[in-house]
Design a protein. Sequence first.
Length: 368
Amino acid sequence: MLLHNKLQKDYTLNQSGYQLKLPLELETIIPKNDSVRLLSQFVEEMDLTDLYSTYDRINSLSPRTLLKIVLYSYMNGDYSSRSMELNCKRDINFMFLLEGHSAPDHATLARFRSIHFAPCSKRILAEVSNILFDLGEISGETIFIDGTKIEANANKYTFVWKKAVTKNQAKLLIKLADFVAECEQLYDIKIVYGNVIKIKHLKRLRKKLYALKDAEHNLKFKYKNITADAGYESEENYLFLEANNQIVFIKPANYEISKTRKYKNDIGKIENMEYDKISDFYTCKNNRKLTVSHIRHNKTKTGYVSEKTIYTCENCSDCPYKSDCIKDNNCKTPLGERTKVLQVAKTFIKHRKEDLNESYQMKGYCIG
């Protein structure tokens, strides 16, 4: 009989006083210094006009409450909509955020994140930074940026079949046509002339979009010091931060490997050659000059044009160090017919040295 009672479907049959064992008010359970209280108060102080503008009609659960649930889940490392739904039914902290409302289902939470929160997420996060700045919780002096490498679940054979290419190409053309039509209406720019789109008209559109991007000022302050990892090191970033009068500390991409013995003994590296700044030439291990042969310009996807100076050795024939100096094994030209060439981005190298020098000076020593 006792076993039957334990396995019955109505688990509350013998729990007549179950509700009385728990406080009826969640306020008495959650500590006053709990993070969920801080988050709730923080979101209450935020201006969520942009978020509310994405709604035509608001149901019983307000966008502010949904934002609290999503942010609190993110704080705890949980990004699943189904998990959020389950927590709203089981976790007293989520029940506290709901303020007596029924738990939203996972579809409601997913729609909120993709349709309502995503379009204005940057402005909302900027609002968070502004509030923290006003409260004195952040100084606005320094920002630390880190990058993460994510392995892509794809390979070169994923998108090569003719049927798949034709199908996706048609979808892409439809999306492109809709995007162009929307841009013409929004920005009053004529792009399509006689069902033809010319490059010069697309450049006008790109210039307009970049101008709009530069005009965005969501933050009340500007960070003076920028610290980032090697993934952000580029000539374009260096010059952008310099133009904004921001001090930059970016870890060079070759920082770790440059400290190894193998790297320091590699005679083919530009760092291991002597440079004459006045006459603008490099000297290799065999005391032969590498002089400027030409200048090469490259344009990035963002439109930035970088400059590289090409240095060519005056004579590499009969050089005993040739096999150690020239190591491009994929070149089809025989080693005996090849000449040492250096591609030098002078602006990039200049800013990299300045950045390194500032970092080392903070430790009490400098580099040349």
